[in-house]
Design a protein around this ligand. Structure first.
Ligand code: F6P
Ligand code: MG
Length: 451
């Protein structure tokens, strides 16, 4: 396949398939289903809006539903992509992006739901959902995906308890651990965070997809499904950042985590970050979330704070202890939460230096940037149909503010950096290997200037 071919439009299949524990839909069905669920959620909450805002709340509910129904119709009938009209801070940049596509294709009709790059239209749908809600005061702050995110947290609670108990147990004996034992725990918690990415709600169109069993027990059996495992590079990057920091008597470097999903995945990221700080492998952790409701389950600032508060409030000794510790890290500035409009735009990351130079400069200050999830991988690689043996460095096309690593379960048709023949073998054994979340990668890259 040509390296510069973009994944266009949506594939034709309309059939629903069953994979693992949840029924998931093909990509073409997924977006209308997500919109239908959003409409249904708003409608079910009609009485809450009435109680909160009286008749105005009901009018807002009707308005939001009509906007979303119109959007669903545009999507299903391949209408042109429209400019945003809500006047929000990022609207201009979205409209500029649309204009770039129109100029490229010559006329507005050719920039449409089925003809435009899949990455673009999928991102655009979430931004239009936001527009529909924003233009429906007084319910403008309503998060149509909130219910699913909180449910995913509660349904994963016993897995979270197991994880927090494990974390607190390691923390108690940290001083006595050899380097090898530390590395073993590092690998386990890194893999838990990796597989936590299976639990996203956009791939199941909002249907429950939470972690029910103990995440630690399944790691050995999941190992063969990690197609690229550069975890040793993450470890050595953290260790060398530690050494560089020694003259200033700080212990370690800064890690940035570009978050993906709320619910169980977010907890796995927080647990991993806590381990890094407690074990002296990171001095500080910067978390990056989304500034609007995105791809059904992605973390916003509200989800982030809510998750920490809930973890603290649970009646379980180790879980609430972990939550209190996380709150404390935030208070002390050891941890910090950031968002930037660039994360909720359709741009590939190789455009970041030009389109969001402030964000790029921020990431340049990091010793290691961890990109969680499938969508981030698509943006790292430009969602191109690369040959599977193309190097990750080539697919990044110049993006490299700092040493970086993608922790992703595969849910979209892009994968680079495989061994010759590996992709072919996978395709013959398991034709859906790139889209079911069954396989994963830990794929590292370090820019030459930082080596
Ligand atoms: O496959 C469905 C999908 O919406 C992809 O388009 C997207 O890349 C992915 O789900 C989101 O997954 P993640 O939460 O891992 O980024
Ligand atoms: Mg996501």
């Amino acid at each position: 396949m040509a390296a510069d071919q973009i994944v266009h439009g949506v594939p034709p299949s309309l059939s629903a398939k069953v994979s693992g524990s949840f029924a998931y839909l093909t990509v073409r069905d997924r977006l209308p289903t997500i919109l239908t669920r959003a409409i249904d959620t708003i409608h079910r909450n009609k009485n809450t809006f009435l109680e909160q805002y009286g008749e105005e709340g009901i009018e807002a509910e009707k308005h939001a539903i009509s906007q979303l129904s119109k959007l669903r119709n545009e999507l299903q009938t391949d209408k042109p992509i429209l400019a945003l009209t809500d006047g929000r801070q990022d609207a201009e940049s979205w409209n500029h992006y649309l204009q770039r596509h129109v100029t490229l294709h010559g006329d507005e009709g050719s920039v449409s739901w089925f003809k435009s790059p899949w990455l673009y239209v999928e991102c655009y749908m979430y931004r239009r959902i936001q527009e529909a809600v924003w233009l429906s005061p007084p319910i403008s702050d309503y998060d149509v995906f909130n219910e699913g995110k909180t449910q995913s947290f509660f349904q994963s609670q016993s897995a979270v308890m197991t994880l927090c108990t494990y974390l607190e147990d390691i923390k108690k004996k940290l001083k006595d651990l050899s380097q090898n034992q530390l590395l073993e725990h590092f690998n386990k918690l890194l893999q838990v965070s990796l597989w936590g990415n299976k639990c996203d709600l956009s791939v199941s169109a909002g249907q429950d997809n939470s972690q029910i069993t103990s995440p630690l027990d399944s790691l050995d059996s999941l190992q063969p499904f990690i197609l690229v495992d550069d975890s040793n590079m993450i470890w050595s990057t953290l260790i060398s950042a530690q050494k560089l920091a020694l003259p200033e008597k700080t212990t370690a470097g800064r890690v940035d985590i570009i978050l993906d999903n709320a619910g169980f995945e977010l907890v796995t990221d927080l647990v991993f970050a806590d381990f890094l700080v407690s074990a002296g492998l990171a001095r500080e952790v910067h978390f990056h979330g989304k500034s609007l409701s995105w791809f059904v389950s992605d973390v916003t600032v509200k989800d982030f704070s809510w998750t920490i508060r809930q973890t603290m409030a649970v009646n379980h000794r180790w879980m609430s202890k972990s939550g209190a510790q996380w709150q404390n890290y935030l208070k002390k500035g050891t941890w910090s939460y950031h968002d930037h409009p660039f994360w909720t735009q359709p741009h590939e990351f190789c455009d970041m230096a030009a389109d969001a130079p402030d964000l790029y400069a921020t990431l340049e200050g990091s010793d290691l940037v961890l990109f969680k999830g499938d969508l981030n991988y698509r943006k790292l690689t430009g969602d191109r149909e690369w040959d599977h043996t193309v190097g990750f460095d080539t697919a990044l096309r110049g993006f490299g503010p700092a040493p970086l690593c993608s922790l992703r379960t595969l849910k979209a048709n892009v994968q680079v950096g495989l061994q010759p023949g590996q992709g072919e073998t996978l395709s013959s054994q398991d034709p859906d290997w790139m889209t079911t979340g069954k396989y994963a990668i830990i794929q590292f890259y370090s820019p030459k200037s930082k080596q």
